[in-house]
Ligand binder design. Sequence first.
Ligand code: C2E
Ligand code: CA
Ligand code: CA
Length: 762
Amino acid sequence: MRTPGNEENMKKDSVEENVSDHEDVNHQKNESITGFVNDLGELQKELKRKETITCILQTLESDNDNLYKIIDECIKIIYEYLNVSIIVVAEFDNSIGKTKIMGQWCDGSVNNINGIMKYMPVELSDILNEKTMLIVDRKEGEENVRQILGKYGIRSMVAVPIAVEGMPQVYAFIAETRYEMNWDTHTISYLFDISKILQSFIYKRITNKSLRKSYEALKEILNNLTSGIMVIDKQEDEDKNKRVLFCNNTLLYEMKNGRKFAFEHYLNYEKKNKKIYSTKKYYEECYDPKTERWYDIHYIDIKWVDGRIVSLCNFTDITEKKKYQQKIEFQANNDYLTGLYNRMKCEKDLKLSIDDAKTKNSSGAVLFMDLDNFKSINDGLGHQYGDKMLKMIAAKLQKIDGIENSCYRVGGDEFIIIIEPAVIDESARIIDDIRKVFASPWYLVDTSDNKYYCTMSMGIVVFPQYGDSVSELIKKSDIAMYDAKKNGKNGFCYYSDGEDENSYKKLDIEKNMRLAVEAGCNEFEVYIQPIVDTLTEQCIGGEALVRWNSSNLGFLMPGEFIPIAEHMGLIVNIGEYVLKSACLFCKKWSDRGKNLRINVNLSVIQLLANDIVEVIKTTVRDTGIEPGNLVLEVTESLAINDMTRMKRIIKDIKKLGVKIALDDFGTGYSSLNYIKSMDLDIIKVDRTFTKDIAEDEYAQAFVKLIAELSKTLEVQVCVEGVEYQEQLGKLKELNINMIQGFYYGKPMRVTEFEQRFLENTR
Ligand code: C2E
Ligand code: CA
Ligand code: CA
């Protein structure tokens, strides 16, 4: 249609001169008939104009999608009516200096059609900007405008704006190249009317189109989101089909898979929030138990594209994120080995419990539990068995009523149990249940006779009475635990104020002991306590008992640091040091012609170290001690009941010619079977039996039994803890071979021992 110099039109315009139709424009040519311009003529022209406007409106009403085609057709109607040489409708953007032709008609008299279309509108744009309409004819027109038009061969022109808000400027240029004209007011107002019609038409089309386009674009965007989007009509009734105006692909997919949760959830939300329009954003994280999925849900009320008030709902499936979070949380709060909670979770929970106790004006308790001799299981049997035992213990603890959810593993073999205020009344029962867990043996290896005992020491602190901060309570329960350990294993101890001073030392002990061991154990000193033959009342040797002259902590008794040394594994180093020193003394004594025995304590942790036999062997060799003078004191271990292994170790030690004594007999889980199956040389009866031996019939009976049994078993018996003459008398009656106790001498420095028992008797 856009046919510059369309032949047919050209012919029509130049050859046929239709006076009645073109009276206005031909006005000048027909000056002689000016008088005919009368009412009738004007009426005819008016009718013609009305006719073209009707034509234009009809054209505009067509449902042709192509805006330019419609404009072009409208221009043709005007062009034919006005019979001017050129009409151009151009959209131009003067910011980039570009013109876009929407429609254009012209006759053959136009030479520079390209320039008129492309550049003239741009050149005129500044002038046009200031005016509603630009008229250049015989009467009107500024010089600069005339000059510009002249360049393009235009002699008269009307430029009418077709202003569309927010769009580049659109102008209709009606121009005459053939002659100068006089635009009459009717024509001008006619052009003005048409421009208004076109303007509103173009506006409607453009906004409509952009709306549709932006809606399409919006849909495209929404459909490609991974979260579900739903637009719900706020005013419609509850029928889902009517209410859901839009659903993106993600949500459709969800719904197809039976996850209707989103819509149903919206209805609930609406119930709470009525149907009031609110621009407030609403957010919720929710769980759908049916599908076991988690969603992030956002609602906001907005105006939809068609102006309706709708709720825009955004659903995001966050199940994976949630699972990951839960996993991370689990890892952060749980002990990977036992599945119990860990220290971090313990601290968090304890804080809540303290607050709870305070608000309820109630109490709770922290139980700090440390396994006795766990190290020996771990080192002796191997880590996998240690792990197995920890798991078994954890499982049993978790079954105890009232603490199912408050057991924590806070260190290698350390557990914390919180007794919550809600169950504090049951604490006695709970503690008893915990102790019962350790009363029966564990079967770690798949043969039935391999029973392992593991005991624990437990410190208990009550809160908020003895503290209301997490760190304070844990520290105090730990202190109480060490007190329990000191009082003999497998017990428990309540924290009470006043024990702080000594007990806080524990932490210092650990630190300093490590340093002392690293420095070569010189701070440790071996004391000797004499052991006397009952019949001859002669000293036959002594027991080596270690003391620690700590440069930082002062003088420490073994009870204060041996349990910690065992716990830390440092007992191995300290024990070797004691063994070596003791052997050297003994060798020195025999070199002086005094054949005395030396008893050395061997911790179960040392005993189960893989190289123990080798250590003893080299010590005996290096010190030159007569092996028969060395007596190693071992205790019945509660932890290790691996008879086969123990028997083998003892056998190997005995092969070196060294003697074995069973220490602390009568305490703990003594069994005669044990003595029988071990190839022992000496039984040391614990001093608890000595205390009341003069009066207590049970103690007498027990010692008597051991004495008689020892003959059959061919072992010697040594009774410890003899302090008084009466005790000694009774023990002599019972045919006990050896006596050790304050009666003959407390543990003393080697120099003193040598003075008293070597020189005197020489
Ligand atoms: P134990 O092996 O049973 O040592 C005997 C303990 O009883 C010694 O305490 C000793 O002082 C004490 N005792 C001896 N006669 C009497 C008495 O007539 N009355 C009273 N009331 N007590 C008496 P000590 O020296 O404090 O040692 C305590 C424990 O420390 C020892 O008990 C032993 O199990 C351990 N121990 C000491 N030195 C070593 C060592 O070098 N290695 C290892 N593994 N443990 C050691
Ligand atoms: Ca001993
Ligand atoms: Ca003993």
